[in-house]
Design a protein around this ligand. Structure first.
Ligand SMILES: Cc1cc2nc3c(=O)[nH]c(=O)nc-3n(C[C@H](O)[C@H](O)[C@H](O)COP(=O)(O)OP(=O)(O)OC[C@H]3O[C@@H](n4cnc5c(N)ncnc54)[C@H](O)[C@@H]3O)c2cc1C
Length: 453
């Protein structure tokens, strides 16, 4: 009898070990995912900003096919045997999860029950509730580069149709001003120009849109991109740098004004007045808003901020080698930027935050910050505010009184304002969507394709 037990143990032992190992790996992965989800919730990063998956818990069997199909990292994970959204704010709406699910448990939606997503109301020609004002790209709800480029092209054609048979624009009035120089705005401008319209793009930053802010070397997944008048850019994989080359080439033969932030658009019977930050006003017969969904970085509002050494995105930390950089802000982005800069050769980094502690920063990041401050790699100024920026010098009010810091660059990361505020200001009707279906069985918003490409 003992021999039988021994034989059974020999035969089943490896199997038990194998299944035990698998079970242990599944549980430890679930623990990691639960931790990441909690962290995302604490940091306010759990809620998706645009198109994202909704997972039907009654259908999901936890196969993990969606997790494997997602091209981004840690957006989806398995918790309690079901797929779950971990870091929703990083979802860009590829939709690969929906296609991969063997149980058809995933639907792409706009907004969640907790956080509505505001989408401008448009007709099939992309015209908004303000006659003559159109939208294109991610601001309309549908993300991805290829969709933005396609919508830009279609919006420009709609503009051209709406101007058919009308006399040319008088004086210095343009046919079209495009607000935003991302994939949608550049595509709209190129198409409009090829039709013969006089068009200007106003971009608050440099041309490139969200692509400009991708991390260095990021792999972009896309179906072929057809920028008007340019050779097709084949997918499925490109690097940020390759895509930026395309964006820069796209901006070359159209009129683009960089660092031109549009703060208001006022409708008149036959034209629009477009007001730029700084007070200048342009006029155009039509306007396309291609402002994306990432919003406008909030400014400090202090004298000297308009100078070129003040930036709002950390594009390439290595650029600051040997320089004195002041980072302003108390959120995750500001702290991560300060840490990245503190690793750059010869960079001197100061971090100014008006609060007394970093409540909105992940505990792990806080730990790294404390270590960098203790090691003298970051000069931390809590409860401080920037008063004035002169070339080469920043003036702050700090706990110990007025402080002057030598600076070569100032990086401001204090949040931003959402595009909805801008859309409402210019009079466009927006609808708030709380988990509205856009794919299976759902009605896509007017003018948008039934399925993201
Ligand atoms: C980290 C990350 C990774 C991504 N990865 C992929 C991917 O792999 N594949 C993919 O297809 N898509 C990806 N996307 C999504 C893709 O980048 C966007 O869907 C696309 O850029 C949308 O283009 P857009 O022109 O509509 O908007 P944006 O690219 O956001 O461009 C909008 C532009 O408008 C400007 N602007 C805003 N307000 C004003 C104003 N008031 N005045 C003047 N200018 C203004 C902004 O500065 C910006 O340049 C990713 C997005 C992010 C953030």
């Amino acid at each position: 009898m003992n021999d039988v037990y021994a034989l059974l143990a020999i035969a089943l032992g490896p199997l038990l070990l194998l299944f035990g190992g698998i079970e242990w790996r599944i549980r430890s992965r679930e623990r990691t995912m639960r931790g990441l989800k909690q962290q995302a919730e604490q940091l306010g990063l759990a809620e998706p900003v645009s198109l994202h998956p909704w997972i039907d818990p009654d259908r999901c069997i936890g196969s993990g096919a969606c997790v494997r199909a997602c091209p981004e990292k840690n957006i989806l994970g398995i918790i309690d045997g079901r797929a779950s959204i971990i870091n929703g704010s990083a979802c860009v709406g590829h939709g690969a999860c929906e296609a991969a699910c063997p149980m058809e448990a995933i639907t792409l939606v706009f907004g969640t029950a907790r956080r509505g997503v505001d989408i401008p109301r448009v007709d099939p020609a992309f015209e908004t509730s303000v006659a003559g004002m159109f939208v294109a790209g991610e601001v309309g709800g549908m993300g991805l580069i290829r969709n933005a480029v396609e919508q830009g092209r279609q919006a420009a054609r709609s503009v051209a149709r709406s101007l058919e048979g009308r006399p040319p624009a008088p004086g210095d009035m343009r046919d079209l001003v495009v607000v935003g120089g991302g994939p949608a705005g550049l595509s709209a401008a190129r198409e409009a120009q090829s039709i013969g319209l006089d068009v200007l793009v106003c971009e608050q930053d440099d041309p490139g849109g969200a692509v400009l802010g991708y991390p260095r070397g990021k792999v972009i997944l896309t179906r072929p991109i057809e920028m008007p008048g340019m050779p097709t850019v084949p997918g499925p994989k490109l690097t940020k740098e390759q895509l930026m080359d395309v964006m820069e080439a796209a901006a070359e033969h159209v009129s683009v004004r960089s660092r031109a932030r549009v703060i208001d658009v006022r409708a008149h019977p036959e034209h629009f007045e477009i007001e730029l930050a700084g007070g200048e006003t342009l006029s155009a017969r039509r306007v396309i808003l291609a402002v994306g969904r990432r919003g406008t970085p909030r400014k400090l509002g202090v004298p000297g901020e308009e100078q070129g050494f003040v930036v709002y995105k950390l594009l390439d930390p290595e650029r600051y080698a040997g320089q004195a950089v002041l980072v302003v802000g108390g959120g995750n982005s500001a702290v991560e930027s300060a840490l990245m800069l503190s690793d750059v050769d010869g960079a001197t980094v100061a971090l100014s935050y008006r609060g007394a502690a970093f409540h909105r920063v992940a505990p792990e990041t806080r730990g790294r910050l404390e270590a960098a401050v203790a090691a003298g790699r970051i000069h931390l100024l809590l409860e401080s505010t920037v008063r004035r920026l002169d070339f080469g010098r920043a003036h702050l009010d700090a706990l110990e009184g007025p402080v002057e810091l030598p600076v070569d660059a100032v990086l401001v990361q204090i949040g931003g304002t959402l595009p909805t505020v801008f859309l409402q200001k210019v009079g466009i009707l927006v609808d708030t969507h709380h988990g509205r279906r856009v794919i299976r069985g759902g009605t896509p918003p007017a003018g948008l394709p039934a399925r993201p490409q």
